[in-house]
Design a protein around this ligand. Structure first.
Ligand code: ADP
Ligand code: GLC
Length: 493
């Protein structure tokens, strides 16, 4: 276990450079932790035009790099910076593919039609960079469909390349619903050869499936919680990948995400008006007041606030939550604050709520990190009514901020939130199983009535929640173990 590893992380998002969701948090935090453990870790990501070269002190390290795609030679440049925690980050620059607003979608939330080309190209370019700069990785760590093909490229094209072929490939799946499933016309450019366009490799219902290819070619696959690893082995949540995952056997595992407590700790959070900790929670009341003011809610500490910060996507169940808000408004003394963006219809619906329930519901449509922090700190409860949730980070932040989660009992939410027991006061949150507005509003009602009628239970739950430790240290140890396991399977340890 002592051997220090040379690890390359390839991903489409990484905090602080580009983020649409939790993937970026993970890719920004895990490498720092592995580095602390003595490993050499480098990140490779695309250079989106939203990344400010001055702010992040980017330096050009390669003006031209040639990348072979199916039948065509493409060109790109490479920039570099050093991330906090001494982790080098390399950026693949291609004006054609990344010089536009948006990471995956245009401003109307429509997928860019050339996404298969953009991410196949990025993945191949990242491997080329490893060769050109002689990185000699032990581990090629891929994240989600965008870089999943890295495993196939390594095995198909680089099996004989000394600078790459001693690496074991690890694919982390953060979300089974996003597979990179495209028409067969995209396949030629990907450049993996006709003979691999088969149903047990990259073909899926007549098209190409990046994630499936990654699952089939990677030496080991993991997802981001044990329960989601279990759930995705069956058709209910496997999104068609269940049989491939099932056949991976021991080569498919669940490792819970951690929290970057340097960014998410109310004791040091620079985004909130007053810091607080388990020992002195007085600052939380100030945060609640600031939240009520910011969202034009009635300023009253005695009314519980339920907060939400989320992508507006089918996965997150916010369509059901919208109906649950209407139901809760009828008979509960409660306030809601919702921050999110994505689905246009949901954006419109949520934008209309403050006018319908003045002083009781506050919403903000958009992406706003400081507001996300204030909602975590100022709310009493934090809701995640997800249809499925591979891990979920916000419930972990909520625990640290003493904001009790109200969650659907699925995936990482099931693994990290302990159900409240009315008889004993045990637990750290409120869980429900049905995917209905009624189940959500009943559970909100349960939390709200506990707030009013059993404040002593709320008090001990907050204390218990704030003591939970989901630091990356523990998760990084599990990743390290997985790396060593897969290296030994391949005879590379
Ligand atoms: P997912 O990755 O599925 O979106 P997670 O819970 O793992 O879900 O991570 C979501 C991350 O994105 C959290 O850090 C959360 O605070 C952040 N986030 C989501 N929506 C917004 C938003 N509208 N504004 C600011 N932060 C957001
Ligand atoms: C995905 C999942 C989320 C997870 C995140 C980071 O976006 O939806 O549950 O926490 O990735 O792994």
């Amino acid at each position: 276990m002592d051997r220090k590893l040379n690890i390359i992380m390839m991903a489409s998002e990484c905090v602080p450079y580009a983020k649409t969701g939790g993937l970026a948090d993970v890719v920004g935090a895990l490498p720092k932790e592995l580095k602390k453990m003595g490993h050499d870790v480098k990140i490779i990501m695309p250079k989106y035009s939203s990344i400010d070269p001055d702010k992040f002190k980017l330096q050009r390290v390669q003006d031209t790099m040639g990348v072979w795609m199916g039948g065509v030679q493409e060109w790109c440049a490479v920039d570099y910076t050093m991330m906090e925690g001494d982790v080098p980050v390399f950026f693949i620059e291609s004006w054609n593919y990344f010089g536009r607003d948006g990471i995956y979608n245009d401003t109307n939330n429509r997928d860019f039609p050339d996404n298969p080309k953009r991410f196949a190209f990025f993945t191949r370019a990242a491997l080329q960079l490893c060769i050109d700069r002689n990185f000699q990785p032990d581990i090629l760590h891929l994240h989600d469909w965008q870089t999943a093909l890295g495993a196939a490229y390594q095995k198909v094209w680089h099996w004989n390349e000394e600078r790459l072929n001693k690496a074991a490939t690890v694919l982390t799946i953060h979300n089974m619903a996003h597979q990179g499933h495209y028409s067969k016309e995209s396949y030629e450019y990907i450049g993996l050869g006709r003979e691999r366009f088969t149903s047990n490799q990259l073909e899926d219902n007549g098209g190409v499936n990046f994630l499936k290819g990654g699952i089939q070619f990677a030496d080991i696959v993991n997802t981001v919680s044990p329960t989601y690893a279990h759930e995705t082995r069956s058709s209910r949540l496997g999104h068609g990948m269940e049989s491939y995952l099932f056949y991976k056997g021991k080569a498919y595992v669940g490792i819970l995400n951690g929290v970057d407590y340097e960014n998410w700790d109310p004791a040091i959070d620079p985004h909130i008006p007053a810091n607080y900790s388990l020992d002195d929670r007085s600052g939380k009341a100030k945060c609640k007041e600031a939240l009520q003011r910011m969202f034009n809610l009635e300023v009253d500490p005695s009314i519980p606030i339920v907060g939400v910060v989320s992508r507006f996507a089918d996965q997150k169940g916010l369509d059901l939550f919208y109906d649950a808000i209407h139901q809760s408004m009828r008979n509960m003394r409660v306030q809601f604050v919702v921050l999110g963006s994505g689905d246009k219809k949901l954006e419109t619906n949520y934008m209309q709520l403050p006018a319908q329930y003045p002083g009781r519901v506050g919403t903000f449509v958009g992406y706003d990190n400081p507001k996300a922090h204030l909602i975590e700190a100022g709310s009493d409860f934090f809701a995640m009514p997800s249809r499925f949730e591979p891990c979920g980070l916000n419930q972990l932040y909520s625990l640290k901020y003493g904001t009790l989660p109200i969650v659907r009992d699925t995936g990482g939410l099931a693994d990290t939130v302990d159900q409240y027991d009315e008889a004993t006061g045990h637990g750290t949150g409120f869980k429900f199983t049905d995917n209905t507005p009624q189940a959500i509003s009943n559970t909100i009602g349960w939390a709200v009535s506990t707030f009013y009628d059993r404040p002593h239970h709320i008090e001990v739950m907050i204390q218990r929640a704030m003591q939970k430790n989901y630091s990356w240290e523990q998760s990084a140890l599990k990743y390290e173990e997985m790396y060593h396991t897969v290296l030994s399977w391949r005879g590379l340890s």
